[in-house]
Design a protein around this ligand. Structure first.
Ligand code: SF4
Length: 406
């Protein structure tokens, strides 16, 4: 039986930022601290890119109406409300938008004011992901962020007011943990401030040191003292405990929500239904295939021209997204994965690879589902996921997955 569900979600990559943060390796176009989307520095560059995005959306196979849309970046809140409205109109033309669709915009403090938030809500945004990262100016400075704690506090007040009025359905605050020199006391105080904002959703990411970043250079120079493994586990345990006490439960490694506020868009990535991805550096997962776009604008422009010459054909039948992807994203969720139900070709081989990690208490099986333990397994998830990738690569001949079981 073919897997016949077409994507009902779209991710749009908006690569513009004022500057590149010291830990960031995303596909980003830094425009300078004074850049604006409507006039002056950066505006022509943004207009050009929006034209490319519109072309890519128009070149995609049509329908069905979208249930979730996510503007990520980059700093999508650099765009004007009219520009966001323009992109939503292109999506509406091509696919339609479901009544009540979740439409999320990533916003950075100091890149918008309260009027702009109001304008964005008028144009259809109903969920915001606020890139706060820290309430400590010294940390923000060290991360290379442009905003300061006062900007973040102000933005949180605007979010609270918009949420209370019912115009903003939900909002999320991003924080980074596992920072150089971080202590339990310092992190606990950060969590207290995050809870005090009344954000109904929190995303808490571990700092990871990526190639080519300022942080990687610092690490090579021995100038980056990241928390040891034991402290990293304690920090994550503290996060889980403190947020649970505040009514935010963890539904994925990095995500915590009050009831009814889990991100619907996040769920798409592990549902198997697939998603559209638009823009430089974006990855789509339509018709059982992951497809990554080039990470520079000129390469993306050429890729798009090729795509317009040879539009994506909708296959007669397809599988859900590849099994290794489903396992990777499924293991990040609290529910975990049922290996047999997903049609794993050699589940015992994978369990054998995990044997030491099972003994170490990082992963366990409950009611037929393999789950990372919380907090230890979630804090050290890479060890479990690496074994999964090694197991996958070692399968010389991946047996076809029966889509009916997916
Ligand atoms: S604002 Fe976000 S996307 Fe932009 S450089 Fe900083 S971390 Fe990267």
């Amino acid at each position: 039986m073919p897997y016949s569900q077409r994507p009902r979600s779209a991710y749009l990559h908006i690569p513009f930022c004022h500057r590149r943060c010291y830990y960031c390796d995303f596909a980003v176009v830094p425009l300078g601290d004074r850049a604006r989307a409507d006039a002056g520095p950066g505006s022509a560059s943004i207009r050009d890119y929006l034209g490319l995005l519109a072309r890519e959306i128009a070149a995609a196979p049509a329908g069905p109406p979208l249930a979730t849309v996510y503007f990520g970046g980059g700093t999508p809140s650099l765009l004007t409300a009219d520009q966001i409205g323009f992109l939503l109109a292109r999506l509406r033309d091509r696919f339609g938008l479901q009544q009540g669709a979740e439409i999320t915009l990533e916003m950075d403090p100091a890149s918008f004011d309260q009027q702009k938030l109001t304008d964005l809500l008028d144009h259809g945004i109903n969920r915001v992901s606020l890139g706060g990262q820290s309430f400590d100016d010294a940390v923000l400075l060290d991360l290379g962020r442009r905003h300061r704690a006062a900007d973040l506090h102000e933005a949180c007040v605007w979010m609270q007011e918009a949420h209370r009025s019912g115009r903003l359905r939900s909002w999320s605050l991003d924080l980074i943990q596992n920072l150089p020199g971080q202590s339990l006391e310092h992190w606990s105080a950060q969590l207290d401030q995050a809870v005090a904002t009344q954000a109904p959703h929190l995303s808490v990411y571990d700092l990871s040191v990526e190639p080519g970043t300022v942080f990687e250079r610092r690490q090579r120079q021995g100038a980056l003292a990241l928390p040891e493994e034991d402290l990293a586990v304690e920090l994550m345990a503290l996060t889980q405990r403190q947020l649970a006490e505040a009514g935010l439960s963890r539904y994925e490694i990095s995500n915590y929500a009050r009831p009814g506020h889990a991100s619907r868009h996040n769920r798409v990535y592990w549902s198997g239904a697939g998603w559209w991805g638009f823009g430089m550096g974006a990855t789509s997962g339509a018709f059982g295939e992951r497809e990554a776009r080039p990470r520079t604008r000129e390469a993306y422009r050429h890729w798009l021209t090729d795509r317009e010459r040879a539009p994506m054909a909708v296959p007669e039948q397809w599988s859900a997204i590849p099994l290794d992807d489903r396992l990777l994203v499924g293991l990040r969720c609290r529910e975990g994965v049922a290996l047999e139900r997903l049609g794993c070709p050699d589940p015992q081989g994978l369990i054998d690879r995990w044997r030491d990690l099972i003994s170490a208490g990082l992963i366990m099986c409950r009611a037929g589902r393999w789950q990372l333990t919380d907090p230890k397994g979630m804090a050290l998830s890479n060890q479990v996921l690496v074994e999964l990738l090694v197991w996958w690569d070692a399968l010389a001949d991946h047996e076809p997955i029966d889509p009916a079981q997916s």
